[in-house]
Design a protein around this ligand. Structure first.
Ligand SMILES: *[C@@H]1O[C@H](CO)[C@@H](O)[C@H](O)[C@H]1NC(C)=O
Ligand SMILES: *[C@@H]1O[C@H](CO)[C@@H](O)[C@H](O)[C@H]1NC(C)=O
Ligand SMILES: *[C@@H]1O[C@H](CO)[C@@H](O)[C@H](O)[C@H]1NC(C)=O
Ligand SMILES: *[C@@H]1O[C@H](CO)[C@@H](O)[C@H](O)[C@H]1NC(C)=O
Length: 600
């Protein structure tokens, strides 16, 4: 037993090495580095272990995009601002400059394209492997689909930030070739989304990689203390997002629904699926807060001291903040869908300490006044006039505003000082349940399920679909939407006589978990609820890379560029940027939302 485990650890390390050399050989083509030995595809793609190495190698290289991804998706939007330490490149991104320098590294699409090219290479080799029976059909389907979805996500990011881009799906000898528009026609973002939907619809396997002892997959394993089950892009979430962008609302909701019900995920405690309090009711379902013991990921106060602001639950093991700090335990698994860990003991180096920290880092970006105002304009159920998620997302340290979400694995949970400035542990947070719930609400709202959208945004199906408060009432016809069609038919009944524990009975809603009062709906419900969902994303998901996309998606849907222009204007003007008004005018033209597709 022990020796098998030891062997598999050795195997993982070898895989990482093999993956490194494999990608290097395609980088060779890309960057014209002469390698000392050249491996041919026949020597590299021999069996499923080599295929796994290729997949892990892609995700390893992807981590090199973490910083640029966060800068593009947050600093271009309204919640993140530059500090006085920021260089001219960051300032250009921050104020949506019309003249981005040719050498601005944050604006270069090159690394995205280099990764896309690696994906193309891997996909091509997987196709020849399956023809030669070098792995099984299932092994092929899982890996091919994962890389296919990852590549689509990379293209999607390019479309979001560069607008019109070359959609190239064959591996190139030299990626500079895509800069020649005569060879590779450029396609606009909208058409790109159609192409990505068409392509992803052909993929044979969109579940998570299977887990469990009986299934032969080397991809779900432990690497340096981290389980890999949440390393890979969640296919349902991304397919839902593509359809949400496209305006296929029912289809989008139909992708989010099985995900929220953890379809294909290996529950921690599968044998007690229907017992009270287990993972079944909680994983990905945004459960309501544990107000007694605070063993949750919600905003909470010490029981019976709920009117004392100082009793806010705040540490690395309980409450909302802890999701950014805790190890991969049950609660972590209930929320996180896609996370890549940075460790001080392996490369690449965590870029977020340098970006955010004013202790051991360069402190280049910080929360905007506009973001701070968002949190401080909220009201909690106990009347406190602020959103406590702001208290966890950023802090004032040495008189400076510091974005904290990415620093909780680096600092001491109480003193907030670095445990050791050289130990730059951290994580790249790519997707989680709260984001999926907000996207589900957005889709449902546009599909004329306003009340259901409201329940997901506010405090859950059980509460919102209950018209009675009589104690001991029969809830058979309350607390559910079973009269509706899939994907909108939910059972959230929580009854005693007759007894019900509907599979959604613990649903708490995003604002419910944040302990906020309900959002208000005035005027047109579709627009009012959509505005609240957009605002909620700013409060819940700030700095996790969602903001620019959320603004652009809703502005595009409503054909209302002022959603983007006013948001960026609010940031720049509150922070005293003299260009605020000019930037607003520029962003009223959607053609100016995109960076030039160029690299040197
Ligand atoms: C977290 O905070 C709560 C409330 O202050 C406290 O009861 C609990 O012991 C803390 N846990 C740790 C590990 O510090
Ligand atoms: C990943 O592994 C590192 C190093 O062992 C550990 O410090 C960290 O807590 C792990 N991350 C999670 C989310 O469990
Ligand atoms: C949370 O933030 C609010 C608003 O900035 C502040 O008034 C409150 O004291 C903070 N609470 C804690 C426990 O730091
Ligand atoms: C929010 O609305 C629900 C009913 O939809 C109600 O039960 C709940 O008390 C409201 N929450 C607050 C804090 O007012």
């Amino acid at each position: 037993m022990k020796s098998i485990i030891t062997q598999s650890f050795v195997r993982v390390s070898l895989l990482l090495l093999v993956a490194g050399s494999l990608l290097l050989s395609s980088c060779k083509k890309t960057f014209n580095i002469e390698p000392e030995t050249v491996l041919t595809p026949d020597q590299m793609y021999r069996n499923v272990y080599d295929a796994d190495a290729a997949v892990i190698g892609l995700y390893g290289k992807l981590m090199g995009l973490a910083k640029q991804y966060v800068i593009l998706n947050e600093l271009r939007a309204d919640l993140m601002e530059v500090t006085p330490n920021a260089d001219a490149n960051l300032k250009e991104i921050n104020e949506q400059s019309a003249t981005i320098s040719a050498n601005n590294p944050y604006a270069s699409p090159k690394l995205f394209y280099s990764l896309i090219n690696d994906c193309n290479d891997v996909l091509k080799n997987f196709n020849s492997m399956i023809k030669q029976n070098k792995f099984t059909q299932d092994q092929y389907s899982q890996r091919y689909s994962d890389v296919g979805v990852l590549r689509s996500w990379l293209f999607f990011q390019l479309g979001l930030h560069y607008g019109t881009i070359p959609y190239v799906t064959d591996p190139l000898e030299n990626i500079d070739a895509v800069k020649d528009p005569s060879k590779y026609p450029m396609i606009p973002f909208k058409q790109l989304i159609d192409s990505l939907i068409t392509f992803t619809n052909t993929l044979p396997y969109v579940m998570p990689y299977p887990t469990g002892a009986s299934i032969n997959t080397g991809l779900i394993t432990t690497v340096d203390g981290n389980n890999t089950k949440r390393f890979f892009i969640d296919k349902y979430a991304f397919l839902g997002d593509l359809n949400l962008w496209k305006g296929n609302y029912n289809q989008a909701a139909s992708y989010y629904r099985p995900l929220m019900e953890h379809n294909g995920y290996d529950l921690d405690n599968p044998n007690s699926l229907y017992s009270n309090g287990d993972q079944f009711y909680q994983e990905f379902r945004q459960p309501y807060a544990d107000v007694v013991a605070n063993n949750d990921l919600c905003v909470g106060y010490i029981r019976y001291k709920e009117t004392d602001t100082a009793s806010l639950i705040e540490n690395n093991s309980q409450g909302w903040r802890s999701m950014f700090a805790r190890t991969q335990d049950k609660l972590w698994l209930q929320q996180w869908l896609w996370v890549l860990p940075f460790s001080s003991s392996f490369s690449p180096t965590n870029p977020f300490i340098d970006l955010f920290s004013n202790n051991g880092g360069s402190y280049l970006v910080m929360p905007s006044q506009n973001a701070v105002d968002n949190w401080n304009s909220q009201k909690q159920a106990n009347g406190f006039p602020f959103d406590a998620r702001g208290n966890f997302t950023w802090k004032t340290i040495n008189g400076q505003r510091v974005i904290m979400k990415y620093l909780y694995n680096y600092v001491d949970g109480t003193t907030l000082l670095p445990i050791n400035p050289l130990l730059k542990n951290g994580q790249w947070f790519l997707n989680r349940a709260a984001n999926v719930h907000l996207h589900f609400a957005e889709a449902a709202n546009r599909d004329n399920r306003h009340k259901l959208a409201y329940a997901f945004l506010n405090n859950g199906i059980t509460t919102v679909f209950d018209t009675s408060t009589a104690s001991g009432r029969d809830v058979t016809n309350l607390q559910n939407t079973l009269y509706d069609a899939y994907p909108y038919n939910f059972d959230a009944r929580y009854g005693t006589y007759p007894y019900y524990r509907g599979d959604w009975y613990r649903h708490g809603g995003v604002r419910g978990c944040a302990r906020l009062v309900n959002s208000t709906v005035t005027g047109d419900s579709t627009i009012a609820i959509e505005n609240s969902i957009l605002q909620e994303g700013a409060l819940e998901l700030a700095y996790e890379g969602e903001r620019w996309g959320d603004l652009v998606r809703i502005a595009t849907r409503r054909n209302d560029p002022s959603i983007v222009a006013n948001a960026v204007y609010a940031k720049l003007s509150k922070d005293g940027n003299p260009n605020a008004a000019a930037v607003r005018t520029r962003l009223m033209n959607p053609a100016n939302w995109y960076l030039p597709f160029k690299w040197n």
